[in-house]
Design a protein around this ligand. Sequence first.
Ligand SMILES: Nc1ncnc2c1ncn2[C@@H]1O[C@H](COP(=O)(O)OP(=O)(O)OP(=O)(O)O)[C@@H](O)[C@H]1O
Length: 281
Amino acid sequence: MTIRENDANTLLRVNQLNVIYENRRGMVHAVKDASFEMGSGRVLCIVGESGSGKSAIALSLLKLIDPPGKITNGQVLLDGEDLLSLSEQQLTRIRGKQMGMIFQNPSRSLNPVIKIGVQCAETIRSHEKLSRVEADERTLDCLREVGFARPQETMNRFPYQLSGGMLQRVMIAMALSLKPRLLIADEPTTALDVTVQAQVMSRLLQLKKRWNTSILLITHDLSIAAQMADEVAVIHAGIIVEHRKTLDLFQDPHHPYTKKLLRNVRGESNKEMTYEWNCCK
Ligand SMILES: Nc1ncnc2c1ncn2[C@@H]1O[C@H](COP(=O)(O)OP(=O)(O)OP(=O)(O)O)[C@@H](O)[C@H]1O
């Protein structure tokens, strides 16, 4: 079920991860014994319906599960180092620098009253010993990389002055300014319209090729998985039921739940999605 990578190429290995949420009404087992691996420069999509445990996995990788959630078991090995056994201080070193994260709603991750340039440069300087000028130059480069034609102007804007698509590109620029080895993107385009969605996704793919960044993409949208992923892991009720190479999964789904998900995709046949995947690769 799990794709085995050549060990030398394995960047991330998750072993038997378990996450629960417990409150007065009872306990939800959000992630059950999830195990998977990712190689360098690969895109793995985790797909599943709402509430299936996708975000719980994403947050666990950075040990960001907040109460009432709890990781009850498992390992998250990045280059062999178990992140779940690290202290908060040690994790601060890893978050952003080794593992970047972008979320569904970029405006929540940015301070509305601080200019974009200052926020980007401060993020860089919190991880690397750079002068303000050097951090500004890196920020300019990164904003240019994600498609801002006049990055200096973008740096001088406040978040409320930018559209949702622009903000999401700023978030990608911020994440990539630290050249993380792994980028976790949790529904990064769900809040955007379809055209902007496509632009942001293609920008992510270009950057992945340029920096060899691995991307763990969380989505409920199978057509995005078809376009973006090298591999897809399907999660249902906290369990990874199938993890295969993208084309194999779309052409010949094994698990009944994967088959049901594929049947449910409205307006697009499996063949069309496979076609899109082939075109984008
Ligand atoms: N703060 C919380 N308190 C209680 N239960 C929670 C909490 N956060 C998540 N859960 C539960 O954990 C399970 C997994 O949630 P999770 O957010 O990981 O799903 P998801 O697949 O990311 O869903 P969505 O696509 O809607 O974001 C769900 O049953 C959810 O209700």
